[in-house]
Design a binder for this molecule. Structure first.
Ligand code: ATP
Length: 321
């Protein structure tokens, strides 16, 4: 209902009366008033003009569903937390309770963000986007790695739409700008032998940070650092959901085959010499492509080798990429 009220106020050039809103949406005037109060408490700037009605001046920088859904072609199920340990942890819990094939978990602040191999994901409240996509495709587990590709491609498209910047993917799914990391993705799966139960894909995007500290100082980059201006997190979040959903549909309908040409174009490492670390072992070679289950393929001096995501870290010869 809040989204519907906001849509009416956003489209109007003049103030809109409570009566007009209640008629259009078939709710009581008291109901409209209550929703308007709740929106104001969130930080919406809504002026109540005597005898004329409500005029919307500004929306808050909050990733609640009522704001994100304003910019989506169809309303999506979004579960929002002010603070949580990790959106993936919540996503896994919610996947067991909810029937929807596709939904999103969002948090303003994540206290225990995780990366692959148990590493930490760093984010400050209000500056980044932390979200998890929960999906339940009717597919065998062997097809699941393609989801990583779909999510990373969706992130690239969203960045392109919002900032007109061409970003790339470091296998399997880090989104990078030059040699710096803009977004990390961690996908977790629950499945039995022949069917995926659900997949939860956590996406951390650096949005409005102006710098980074410590271990990631030289390695991380934000959209603001790339584009030069602050980025509207709510619109960015909607763009991420729209493009990830579109890539997810592409993956469900066409599998890895449909995603591969798009992924090859976006790859930051294809045809480059890279080092792959697998425990204590190091392999150096040129990335020649990716397998049908998302494997990394490199050509080494001793022949071709392929690696599954989850086991290895990739580095460029001189830099992070
Ligand atoms: P790597 O990035 O080292 O190749 P990876 O792809 O497995 O490995 P993830 O598990 O996706 O990395 O993310 C965790 C790593 O990302 C951390 O070890 C840290 O170096 C880096 N990192 C953590 N927070 C951020 C951030 N906000 N922006 C960029 N990089 C970050």
């Amino acid at each position: 209902m809040k989204t519907e009220i906001l849509k009416i106020l956003l489209e109007a050039t003049e103030a809109v009366s409570g009566e007009e809103i209640s008629k259009q949406l078939d709710v009581s005037r008291a109901g409209v008033w209550k929703h308007i109060q709740a929106l104001k408490e969130d930080g919406c700037i809504i002026e109540a003009q005597t005898n004329r009605g409500y005029k919307l001046h500004a929306l808050p920088d909050l990733l609640k569903p009522e704001y994100v859904n304003l910019y989506l072609p169809e309303e999506e199920l979004i579960i929002w937390y002010q603070e949580t340990d990790s959106t993936n942890t919540q996503g896994k819990m919610l996947a067991k309770k909810k029937k929807e094939e596709f939904f999103v978990v969002l948090a303003e602040h994540q206290s225990g963000g995780k990366g692959r191999l148990g590493r930490a994901w760093v984010s400050n409240p209000g500056e980044a986007i932390q979200m998890s996509f929960v999906v339940k495709p009717l597919l065998p587990p062997s097809k699941a790695p393609a989801l990583n590709f779909a999510i990373a491609l969706g992130v690239c498209e969203a960045v392109q739409e919002m900032c007109s910047v061409d970003v790339k993917i470091k296998w399997p799914n880090d989104v990078v700008f030059g040699a710096k990391k803009l977004c990390g993705i961690l996908t977790e799966m629950s499945a039995d032998m022949d069917k995926v139960d659900y997949l939860v894909s956590g996406v951390g995007v650096n949005v409005n940070q102006q710098s980074f500290a410590g271990e990631i100082e030289q390695r991380a980059v934000s959209l603001r650092m790339i584009a030069g201006d602050a980025v509207d997190r709510v619109k960015m979040c909607a763009a991420l959901i729209k493009h990830v959903k579109s890539m997810y549909n592409c993956y469900v309908e066409g599998g890895m085959e449909a995603l591969m040409p798009l992924y090859m174009k976006r790859s930051a490492i294809l045809n480059s010499e890279i080092t792959v670390s697998c425990g204590e072992e190091r392999y150096t070679g040129v990335c020649t492509g990716f397998g049908e289950n998302g494997e990394l393929i490199i050509k080494t001096q001793n022949g071709e080798r392929s690696f599954l995501a989850g086991e290895v870290s990739v580095r460029g010869m001189k830099d992070y990429v």
